[in-house]
Design a protein around this ligand. Structure first.
Ligand code: ADP
Ligand code: MG
Length: 296
């Protein structure tokens, strides 16, 4: 017997590096009208590196090394790419990373822990800086963000002590993938990110994406997907699952980046990109469209 078209398409997709979990998902992929991308780990490689350390006036007698060591200790249990980058930088600098107590993480925000008796918090500026006070910190953050960096604040004992600048690389072929998806679906892809607006805009420009929604918490990513769907789009969301697992579950089709993806994402997603390449997204959408035409 010949294989039914949807199953044959699943086999082909598998060979091209996309695991489509069922015939129903393959069928749905064929009806997608718009694609949304997460940023970190999806449009970017998800391996940020620490580029700069800035001490703030509130840091008192801290050194850059001590600040980095404390931040790395607080980030040690974190699975977030930014957390891993901070830990990696401390290791490369040969710093001792102390054990922590009372570790807590808030998805899309950051981490906190007790290190050497001190409360150390590492998170986005919106969560750790006071909107009116912390003038110097806001200026440092704005300068770094306009340079395209992801700026993360380190607060020690409740006082902003430093700012870390992290940079990630755009994935090769991102702009080409975006162009192909626009042609295929007739709608331009959208970027959803928890990162700051200037850095997001800069990356979006390089990926040729016009519609950018930045500073989104995991629940805001869900609303962004719902919003597109209310306007009639059938949305495929491509994400790494780090802070977008709920949004992956909400989308018409949730597609997880396999290598960067968390276990939760691989379970939640309808499809998994097993070959770490963005170009597999338009390829599998085109395949699903052809398979669907054979079925109906
Ligand atoms: P994206 O949407 O680009 O994938 P996330 O939603 O994962 O980004 O994170 C959004 C923001 O939350 C980051 O830019 C950072 O400010 C903050 N953040 C999240 N996790 C951490 C962490 N472990 N350490 C420091 N900052 C974090
Ligand atoms: Mg992410």
């Amino acid at each position: 017997a010949t294989m039914p078209p949807l199953l044959a398409a699943i086999a082909t997709a598998g060979r091209h590096g996309v695991l489509v979990k069922s015939a129903v998902v393959m069928e749905r992929l064929g009806t997608v009208t718009q694609v949304a991308f997460d940023k970190t780990g999806t449009l970017t490689e998800g391996r940020p590196h620490l580029a700069e350390i800035h001490l703030l006036p509130g840091a008192a007698d801290l050194t850059e090394e001590r600040l980095l060591a404390l931040a790395a200790a607080a980030e040690q249990p974190s699975e977030h790419p930014l957390g891993r980058a901070v830990v990696q930088a401390a290791r490369t600098a040969g710093l001792a990373i102390a054990p922590v107590d009372e570790f807590g993480s808030e998805p899309g925000r950051g981490v906190r822990a007790r290190v050497d008796g001190l409360l150390v918090e590492v998170a986005g500026p919106a969560h750790l800086l006071h909107p009116d006070r912390d003038r110097t910190a806001h200026e440092v953050v704005a300068g770094l963000q306009s340079g395209g960096y992801t700026a993360v604040v380190v607060r020690i004992g409740g006082t902003p002590a430093g700012v870390l600048a992290l940079a990630d690389r755009i994935r090769p072929g991102a702009a080409d993938t975006v162009d192909r998806l626009t042609t295929l679906t007739g709608a331009a892809p959208v970027l959803l990110t928890g990162d700051n607006a200037p850095a997001a805009a800069r990356l979006a420009h390089r990926a040729r994406i016009d519609d950018v929604r930045a500073e989104l918490l995991p629940e805001d990513k869900v609303s962004a997907v719902t919003d597109l769907q209310r306007r009639g789009a059938r949305v495929a969301l491509v994400g790494d699952g780090v802070n977008d697992a709920p949004a992956l579950a909400t989308a018409h089709v949730g597609i997880a980046m396999g290598r960067a993806g968390s276990d939760l994402a691989l379970d939640t997603a309808d499809a998994v990109i097993t070959r770490d390449e963005l170009g597999t997204v338009p390829a599998v959408l085109a395949l699903a469209r052809r398979a669907r035409r054979l079925v109906i």
